[in-house]
Design a protein around this ligand. Structure first.
Ligand SMILES: Nc1nc2c(ncn2[C@@H]2O[C@H](COP(=O)(O)OP(=O)(O)OP(=O)(O)O)[C@@H](O)[C@H]2O)c(=O)[nH]1
Ligand SMILES: [Mg+2]
Length: 449
């Protein structure tokens, strides 16, 4: 599926990973590569241009979170912009509901009705298929066969020429099934009588979802069709079929997303199990062939979070309020490479031996222990450790299953750290420099050590 697009994009990513450094010429080259790959996958010209402009602008203007390389940051931007042109994810709820499938001739409605039936049936819901297609000869038989394969009942009135009548009957007869899936007739084009038929069926069925079924091989045309159907009857989602082996899938997906209609599922083969829930993020990750990417993105998110956290923690340290929870947070940060670790290690007081690298190295075990002890403290004690006297130490030790000595050493550590904070606050020059550097994001406290 979209093999050649995936391959080009993967090559681009590889190019970035191998580059010595990210500069304007690399960015421009990469952007050109992506543009070419998208156009070859039939993505509409304007969309492809917009995406490459966004990548270029962001890569030149935005700064990576500290701790992240420019290379990884560029990859992250590309990934995000690719996900963005695929639109928002829409979850199909696993609840009792009526689904109605619409679309032109041969787009894959009947097959998809079967695939959806299988999907809900597998999830443990009772499902019924309803054959409202009165145009295609043997449409009922086709659906009946699918139903038999799945062990799912199919309702239809063979020979009936009025789809409305079938729908009316089905609504009554199949109401006890949790999920009712209505297959409808296609046409060569969105003709007036099709619109009328769908509108009437919608009125009778009162569906929770109207899914438009589109064949990926029509490429960008999918966008126009999605819009036309949406304007005519209002669709709640689009299912793009035949994504397997279609080089134009990129065009279909992006064009539909551009209309604002979410792509809900994609069909990836003729068999009933060939249906995938469409999740833009997962789709792009897979296209780029990246388990790595997830790690990269997680790291990025963590780093961004850490920057925020670092600021919060530092603010707190500087404010003069400092309790056990803050200490735990600082310990936690010191064990993870990142901005705050840099800050903490740059502080003169920490270098004086209160906390040294060795302690941090054994900190995971220590943190785990502290966490257990702290879980046995009351909120009041965490906020205000000074109130913890001998009797409470005993109780905390018992509550946490640790020794009293361990509780005492936690408190000792706390007092030491608190003293350090106090000394720091007394050093105005240091505090000013800290504040300034916190804001700028670049840390260099070497002048103070
Ligand atoms: N490769 C592939 N073929 C598919 C997929 N979905 C449907 N098809 C095939 O497309 C053809 C048409 O599918 P149908 O489900 O009959 O389409 P329809 O929209 O119900 O057609 P009408 O009832 O004539 O309007 C069949 O040969 C299906 O096997 C898919 O995801 N991948
Ligand atoms: Mg059909």
């Amino acid at each position: 599926m979209l093999d050649s697009l995936g391959e080009s994009l993967r090559n681009t990513i590889r190019k970035i990973s191998k580059a010595g450094y990210v500069d304007e010429s690399l960015i421009k080259e990469v952007v050109r590569d992506i543009q070419r790959a998208l156009l070859r996958a039939d993505v509409e010209v304007h969309l492809a241009l917009k995406l490459s402009k966004n990548v270029e602008r962001r890569a030149l203007e935005e700064k990576p979170p500290s701790g992240m390389s420019h290379r990884d940051f560029l990859i992250k931007i590309i990934y995000e912009e690719l996900v963005a042109i695929l639109g928002k994810e829409k979850e199909v709820a696993l609840k009792p509901q009526k689904l109605m499938l619409v679309g032109l001739y041969g787009q894959g409605k009947t097959t998809t009705a079967g695939k959806l039936a299988r999907y809900f049936h597998k999830k443990g819901l009772s499902v019924a298929l309803i054959a409202c297609d009165v145009h295609r000869p043997a449409a009922y038989e086709q659906l009946k066969q699918i139903g038999e394969q799945l062990n799912v009942p199919v309702f239809g009135i063979p020979g009936e020429k009025d789809a409305r009548k079938i729908a009316r009957e089905a609504v009554k007869k199949m109401k006890d099934y949790q999920v009712q899936i209505f297959d409808t007739s296609g046409r060569h084009a969105l003709e007036d009588d099709l619109i009328e038929e769908i509108k009437d069926l919608k009125e009778i069925i009162q569906p929770d979802e109207i899914f438009l079924v589109l064949d990926a091989t029509i490429g960008q045309q999918a966008g126009k069709q999605a819009k036309a159907f949406h304007d005519a009857v209002g669709v709640t989602g689009v299912i793009i079929t035949k994504m397997d082996g279609s080089a134009k899938g990129g065009g279909a997906l992006s064009a539909v997303a551009a209309t604002g209609a979410p792509v809900v599922f994609i069909g990836t083969g003729e068999h009933l199990e060939d249906l995938e829930h469409f999740n833009p993020t997962r789709f792009i990750s897979r296209l780029l062939g990246m388990g790595d990417l997830e790690t990269l993105l997680e790291t990025a998110k963590e780093l961004e979070l850490k920057e925020e956290e670092a600021e919060k923690v530092m603010e707190r340290m500087m404010s003069g309020k400092f309790n056990l929870k803050d200490m735990y947070e600082i310990w936690e940060q010191m064990a993870k490479p990142g901005l705050l670790q840099k800050i903490l290690y740059s502080l003169p007081f920490f270098k004086m031996g209160d906390i040294d690298k060795g302690m941090v190295e054994e900190s995971e075990e220590k943190l785990r222990k502290y966490r257990i002890i702290m879980d046995s403290m009351t909120y009041e004690e965490l906020e205000n450790p000074e109130i913890i006297k001998s009797s409470r130490i005993k109780r905390i030790a018992r509550g946490s299953g640790r020794s009293e000595q361990e509780v005492r050493s936690l408190l000792k550590e706390y007092n030491r750290m608190k003293k350090t904070m106090k000394q720091m606050r007394g050093n105005r020059k240091l505090m000013r420099a800290l504040r300034k550097q916190l804001k700028s994001g670049d840390f260099d406290m070497s002048g103070f050590t």
